[in-house]
Design a protein around this ligand. Sequence first.
Ligand SMILES: [Fe+2]
Length: 228
Amino acid sequence: MSIKSEQIEISSSDFGKMKDYVYEQLVASTVGDVGGNRMRWYPWHSAEYRFTHILNVISLSTKIAQNEGANIDQVRVSALFHDIAKFSSTQKDHAKDGADLTSAYLRENFNFPDSFLENIHKIISNHVHDGSISHLSLEERCLIEADMIDKIGANGSTLLLLRMGYDSHPPAHIMETLQKVIKRGKETLPYISTDTGYSLAYQRIQRATWLKEWVEDETPGVSELPRN
Ligand SMILES: [Fe+2]
């Protein structure tokens, strides 16, 4: 099922304006947050990191939406705003708070029909979801799947290695860290409902597997290192 709504024309300058707003909001909500609150273990707990994730999710979700026949503007606008309240709200409430913030901003600055705004609100509100997503609309699934896929693959591996360094883990932990990403990828697959999302996730698991194999091949002595 797709969320029906009239086709909206969003110009690249309007989308650029929205992007600027999201970035400014992320910067504003991290200023003074020296400790990095609940995500302090991420050294990249920053507006830049979060914004990069958002750009990745826009790209992935748009790809899924195009291939699956979803409403592309609903998906890409929701992807752009989905984590806008990530720092200003709690993890539990960031989806709903972000949806409210987005509605207020879009209403104030653009002239979109109510149906479009309602759909964006719904997609963002539901992007944090436990369990099966098969009952959700296609547009909601495009965002949720893209959000999950960005955490696996070569990018997910790189981020987890950075975290490992931040947590002062020794080099002996590299292989199990890379294995964690592969495991996370495999655990993600059953929650992916679209063919496009599945093949993107599958490709990323493959990349994470290759990365681990390549590192293993290039560091034959790593298993002999002290493990503390
Ligand atoms: Fe996200």
